[in-house]
Every structure is written in structure tokens, then in C-alpha cells.
Design a protein around this ligand. Structure first.
Ligand SMILES: *Cc1c(COP(=O)(O)O)cnc(C)c1O
Length: 217
């Protein structure tokens, strides 16, 4: 447990999978964590973080960014359309582009502002009713739509069902990405990031294994 341990496990998993060293980006998911734990990970030199709520991130990260250079922020949680502009101003990447309406809102703001975070399109690989993301069968069309809007689509993201073997979902996401010519794969969390790296993850989102258990959320 802890940043150093997870970093070395990421590097070992890269090597085991025959991937280049440093190819996988470790996103430290700091949602709900006490500030002193986030400070500690920043103090160890880590700069890539993930949050799942815009408002929570707004309350936390501008102050850190004033003090420290090179902080890279990833939004990994659902994004309401009315928070699109705020998210685009704060985050370097949005992993939760899960519907055409949101893609449209992002495209409109990107045109106005002349900039756009890197985007990952979320695929509901488990076809779960309560989960965000487009269905696997709709993914190709969604990728094409986003490209038509000139959006910077870097890859795909998934959150496998809690009670299923994650490797099947990671392999499915990798297959959809490959046939769409997308290099980025945001998949793998504390319990399964090594499996995700073996199946091609480029971004793993690890929270509790770095920071300790969350009190809630
Ligand atoms: C919270 C969260 C994570 C991190 O989960 P851990 O199990 O704590 O590693 C990863 N991805 C998403 C989308 C999350 O909401």
C-alpha cells in the first residue's frame, strides 16, 4: 500500500506485459481523501490525480496548483451538462464522456474557448442499468460522432461490474478501442490495475490502494 508500492507494481506490470516503461499513467484518485493524505502524495512528487466530482475538485485543487507546478487533473466521475464549462476549465482530461448531449456541450464550449481537455468516452461494458456510458454496440457510432465534432478523443474508459471478472470487460474495451484506432484505455482500479495493464490500459485509476480506505464515497 502507498504510492511507492503502487508505482513499483505498475512498472512491474508494464514490464511483465512487454510494455514500455512509463507507458502507463498512474492516476491517484484523491476523491474524499483528507487533505493531509493528498499533501503527502504530492510531497512524494506525484502530480497526476483523479477526482469524481467537479465541485469537490474546485474546492481542493486551485490552491495546490498555486503552490505546485505540473499538476495534471483527470475527471473520472459523471459530469452533469451544467457543470461542463467548469470541468473543462479545471481538468486536463475528462474520462466520463458518456452521452451525445454531453459531447455536444463540450464541443460548443471548445469552439468558444479554443481549447479542450483530452477526452475518454465511457463504455458501459457490463450493460448495467445504473451505470453511465454508451453500450458496447453503440460505441463505434459515438466515437465517430465525437470525431465529427472535432473533439480530441484520446481513448475509452470503463468501470466493470463489481461482481464480474474484470478481464472480460478490459478485453472488450481494448477491442472496441483498437477497431476505432484509439490509443488510450482508461481502465483498472485498486483491485485490478495489474490485470488492466496486462490487457493494454494506458491510464489506471487507483484510489484506496494509494491513500487508504475512503471514509465514504
Ligand atoms: C473511486 C474511483 C476509482 C478508484 O477506486 P479504488 O478502488 O479506490 O482504487 C477509480 N475509478 C473511478 C471511476 C472511481 O470513481
Amino acid at each position: 500500500m502507498g504510492l511507492q508500492d503502487i508505482e513499483s507494481r505498475v512498472r512491474a506490470a508494464e514490464q511483465a506485459a512487454g510494455r514500455a516503461e512509463g507507458e502507463v499513467s498512474l492516476i491517484a484518485v484523491s476523491k474524499v481523501q483528507p487533505l493531509d493524505r493528498v499533501e503527502a502524495v504530492l510531497g512524494e512528487g506525484h502530480r497526476v490525480f483523479g477526482e469524481n466530482k467537479v465541485q469537490e475538485a474546485q474546492g481542493k485543487w486551485p490552491a495546490f496548483r498555486e503552490r505546485l507546478d505540473g499538476i495534471e487533473l483527470h475527471l473520472i466521475g459523471p459530469l452533469q451538462s451544467n457543470k461542463t464549462r467548469a470541468a473543462m476549465e479545471l481538468f486536463d482530461a475528462i474520462h466520463s464522456v458518456d452521452r451525445p448531449k454531453l459531447a455536444n456541450a463540450i464541443a460548443r464550449i471548445a469552439q468558444e474557448d479554443g481549447r479542450c481537455p483530452d477526452l475518454f468516452l465511457q463504455v458501459n461494458t457490463g450493460e448495467e442499468n445504473q451505470k453511465a456510458g454508451v453500450l458496447p454496440a453503440d460505441a463505434d457510432v459515438f466515437v465517430a460522432e465525437c470525431r465529427r465534432m472535432d473533439l480530441p478523443v484520446r481513448g475509452l474508459m470503463c468501470i466493470p461490474p463489481v461482481d464480474e471478472e474484470p478481464s472480460l470487460h478490459f478485453a472488450l474495451l481494448a477491442k472496441i478501442a483498437e477497431r476505432n484506432g484509439l490509443a488510450g484505455l482508461s481502465m483498472g482500479m485498486s483491485a485490478d490495475f495489474e490485470t488492466a495493464i496486462a490487457l493494454g490500459a494506458t491510464h489506471v485509476r487507483v484510489g484506496s490502494a494509494i491513500f487508504g480506505e475512503r471514509a465514504y464515497g
